[in-house]
Design a binder for this molecule. Structure first.
Ligand code: SF4
Length: 255
């Protein structure tokens, strides 16, 4: 699939936990032309990683990434670029400064502070959210991480390319969801061909059918993109009564 998309001049990237990133798979990703590998790493110690991600695999992931650096070096390849994605929680934010040396050690080019979108399951709870509830000590940790990343020549950003601390600070806009550009800039397609407005909506909606804006097995992308469902969704998101999944965006978590 990666090679097919690269043959059509697309930029190709995906997120992975890298638990199964073997030497053979790493080489295959390089040969296929993958542009970026985004690795979810929600802790910088084995204990926190296991608590947040529910699997005791921190050492394995780090070892896999270190080996992947070697595989890239042997292949003389600069791609895929590796980035580390850290979902910020009250439970793990103390560890974010250690993400910088870990990124250097594993050859990552950048680190990201990811928003927590919560639905009450597991650690995805309001109590764990930092959005609008960032304490001074936590803000200091993020600023220290920014400084260290800059000194190490690493990028450090947040979801939506916002600066990390800004991404945790709610706007005072009356309808912050209206700032979302996803319904005009991208589509999210499931393996069943369903076209959704974004990757966030399916995790938080209580009415999945309401976010299915078309299906690529039955309609062309053009028909879906300009169809009534998409047009209605775009209209509603600019009002005080947005589509149901959009109501938490910019209110409960960052856009
Ligand atoms: S759920 Fe959030 S991210 Fe998705 S389209 Fe609505 S406002 Fe945008």
């Amino acid at each position: 699939m990666i090679a097919h998309l690269k043959g059509r001049s697309a930029t190709v990237l995906f997120n992975s936990n890298a638990i199964t990133l073997s030497q053979r798979l790493g080489r295959a990703l390089i040969d296929a032309g993958l542009d970026e590998l985004r690795v979810s790493l929600d802790g910088t110690t084995p204990a926190t990683y296991a608590r947040v991600r529910g699997v005791d695999a921190f050492a394995k992931v780090v070892a896999n990434l270190e080996r992947f650096v070697e595989v890239k070096r042997e292949a003389g390849a600069s791609n895929p670029r590796v980035s580390l994605w850290f979902t910020g929680l009250r439970d793990n934010i103390e560890e974010i400064p250690a993400l910088v040396p870990l990124a250097v050690r594993t050859g990552a080019a950048g680190i990201y502070l990811q928003r927590l979108v919560y639905n009450g399951l597991g650690l995805a709870t309001k109590e764990q959210s930092l959005y609008g509830r960032l304490q001074e000590h936590e803000a200091t940790l993020i600023r220290e991480t920014e400084r260290a990343a800059r000194a190490a020549g690493l990028g450090f950003s947040a979801s939506g390319a916002a600066a990390p601390e800004i991404s945790l600070t709610p706007s005072h806009d009356d309808r912050p969801w209206s700032q979302c550009r996803r319904p005009w800039s991208l589509v999210y397609v499931t393996v069943h061909g369903n076209v959704l407005p974004c990757c966030i909506a399916p995790w938080i909606t209580e009415y999945y059918d309401g976010i299915v804006l078309g299906n690529l097995y039955r309609q062309s992308l053009e028909e879906i993109w300009w169809g009534d469902r998409y047009l209605d969704f775009r209209t509603a998101i600019r009002t005080d009564v947005p589509p149901e999944p959009c109501r938490g965006c910019g209110v409960k978590w960052s856009l």
